[in-house]
Design a protein around this ligand. Structure first.
Ligand code: GLC
Ligand code: CA
Length: 604
């Protein structure tokens, strides 16, 4: 693999800025409302950039803020160059870019170009007649007819949000393709003119205005197989079948992404692509190999999808998992980059999943909530790759209260999956879907960010106007945690600092899983190079041990695990505070620790 192979624990001095950076995803509707209408907005976000800077965030990723009818919370863009009015104006974006840059921070936007909104003028033209010059900018197909002469969609594919991927257009008598909602028609990337319009009018437009890159939505779905044939029947109870092999990682996908790379390169813009349905490292590598010149990073979803049922029909039928599964998947995606020229991302939350502490931790008592949220922070901050936090993760924000009924779910996906279960008239499926949604639904992550302990949590001034209901909980807010060393927030701040300080081990190091079958505790070694104060490079090792249960757990033999004499090991961090701190050779409930074989003489 030659000289480009740098993922061997050695930190290369010429690493790009985004590798050791901490990214933070803002979901703009739910972050901070500045004008009391119950929607978060850009002036609200600008007023909180200092908070993020103080936390240790280097780059903000803002979910879509563009003009949109909001059928899918802005992932349905009707004008890429206008800002959705409730979020603010284009001048607010300029001000946000400036506010970030003045603090040495970066800003990336969410690029949604697999589809547009049906209200985008490109689609309005495309659907106006079969001969319109933009007809071919979307994917139109004639109907099929069954034996009884009934009109049927061109293929049997199931969409992400339930139902068919095809919608009939009365006016021009053809179907159009949409992998998501019918109001999100898929663009036809086979058409070179369409691609050039995407590059010029979405990407270059924002890069010229100064944004530092993009999180690229649905990055592996632009190239579809062009045969448009039926998928195999895997769900006999439905006319619509999961068909990712028809539209994911298609024949021209790498060609298209290399073109994107050429658009971004002159601006040195960073790219992180959303890579779903691709759990095979061999398939992921070409997207993120430096030499391939495609993407800087991707989000691979094996870890965050734990607990989800079958991703298509059964997504919200909860599937319990074990700690050893979580360990094995983490290990797989940590080790995937070793010996290659690729790079990884680290994350356990985003706007499409339930909250990490409600899924991987324990929210049954305030003590366990705090302990497990801090241990999740320890886990994430010690992993190799670029770390992404999601707003509120640093406070240990939880899912909606269990007492909230289904009427509080607003997301198109939750609403459609529940309606599909109800239509099945299968009581067991209805109950199972409700249960699954209570853990996994996208709505949980979209609850308003908690700034203070008031009824409106400092998100807005009148909680009755908030676009999503605000749970009445105490102790989960910036106000209640700031300055409290035992809090989740202060622990995140501390861990982000340590991660940077010892980045050779935590950001760039190798990962070795220990005791993989243990279903209570999780232990791994991170190993990499550190620089001493007098400029020497030395190997450093850290042992991360975490108790994922409420029972006390024996500690592994630390010096044996680190491979050094007992007197050379140091306890670097424990998540436990005060009375709940475990004994020397025992971890308390949900306690996590880091031991290392290096000392304070290390400077970076
Ligand atoms: C991505 C987004 C999700 C959206 C979908 C369609 O998966 O993260 O929120 O619904 O794309 O754009
Ligand atoms: Ca507002």
């Amino acid at each position: 693999m030659g000289s480009l192979c740098f993922n061997d624990g050695v930190q290369d001095d010429r690493q790009p800025w985004w590798k050791a950076a901490t990214f933070y995803q803002v979901y703009p509707a739910s972050f901070k409302d500045s004008n009391d209408d119950g929607w978060g907005d850009l002036p609200g976000l600008i007023s909180k950039v200092d908070y993020l800077h103080g936390l240790g965030v280097d780059c903000i990723w803002v979910s879509p803020i563009f003009e949109s009818p909001q059928k899918d919370m802005g992932y349905d863009v009707s004008d890429y160059q206008k800002i959705y009015a409730p979020y603010g104006t284009i001048e607010d974006v300029d001000a946000l870019i400036q506010t970030c840059h003045e603090r040495g921070m970066k800003l990336i936007l969410d690029l949604v170009v697999n589809h547009t909104s049906a209200e985008h003028e490109w689609f309005q033209e495309s659907r106006s007649s079969r001969t319109n010059p933009k007809r071919d900018w979307y994917i139109w197909k004639p109907p099929r007819y069954d034996a009884g002469g009934n009109r049927q969609p061109p293929t049997n594919w199931r969409g992400y949000f339930a139902g068919s991927t095809w919608t009939w257009d009365e006016h021009t008598q053809e179907y159009y393709l949409h992998l998501y909602a019918s109001e999100q028609p898929d663009l036809n990337w086979e058409n070179a003119e369409t691609r050039e319009a995407i590059y010029e009018e979405t990407m270059r437009f924002w890069l010229r205005r100064g944004v530092d890159g993009f999180r690229i939505d649905t990055v592996n779905k632009y190239s579809k197989r062009t045969e448009y044939i039926d998928a195999a029947v895997t769900d006999k109870n439905s006319p619509y079948q999961a068909a990712p092999e028809m539209w994911c990682n298609g024949p021209r996908i790498h060609e298209f992404i290399r073109e994107i790379n050429q658009v971004l390169a002159p601006f040195s813009a960073v790219s992180v692509g959303e890579l779903s349905n691709t759990p095979d490292p061999k398939q992921v590598l070409p997207y993120v190999s430096t030499r391939a010149r495609e993407l800087d990073m991707v989000f691979e979803f094996s870890v965050i999808r734990l607990g989800n049922g079958d991703l298509f029909t059964g997504k919200y039928i909860y599937k319990p998992f074990t700690l050893s599964q979580l360990k094995a998947l983490t290990e797989k995606w940590q080790c995937f980059i070793e010996g290659t020229d690729s790079w990884a991302t680290v994350f356990c939350e985003n706007h499409d999943n339930g909250r990490a502490v409600s899924r991987f931790g324990d929210t049954s008592t305030p003590e366990l909530w705090r302990a497990s949220a801090r241990t999740i922070a320890l886990w994430q901050a010690t992993l190799t790759g670029t770390l992404f936090l999601y707003q509120g993760q640093e406070l240990g924000m939880t899912n909606m209260p269990a007492s909230w009924d289904i009427s509080h779910y607003q997301d198109v996906e939750a609403v459609n999956f529940f309606a599909e279960a109800v239509a099945s008239r299968n009581e067991q499926r209805i109950q199972a879907t409700k249960h699954g949604l209570s853990i996994l639904a996208r709505d949980h992550a979209r609850l308003p960010f908690r700034w203070n302990e008031d009824d409106n949590v400092g998100f807005t001034t009148d909680s009755a106007k908030s676009w999503m209901r605000i749970p009445r909980e105490k102790g989960i807010s910036v106000e209640s945690q700031l300055g409290d060393r035992t809090s989740v927030l202060e622990f995140y701040r501390e861990m982000l600092r340590l991660r940077k300080r010892f980045q050779g081990v935590f950001v760039f190091g190798t990962h070795t899983l220990l005791d993989r079958e243990n279903e209570s505790t999780w232990a791994y070694i991170k190993e990499g190079f550190l620089t001493t104060k007098d400029g020497h490079r030395m190997r450093g090792r850290a042992l991360v041990v975490m108790n994922f249960t409420v029972e006390r757990a024996p500690l592994v033999d630390v010096s044996a695990a680190l491979g050094c004499a007992p007197e050379s090991t140091r306890l670097m961090v424990t998540t436990a505070c005060g009375a709940v701190r475990g004994a020397k050779d025992e971890l308390s409930a949900w306690e996590g620790r880091i031991y290392c074989d290096f000392g304070p003489e290390i400077c970076i």
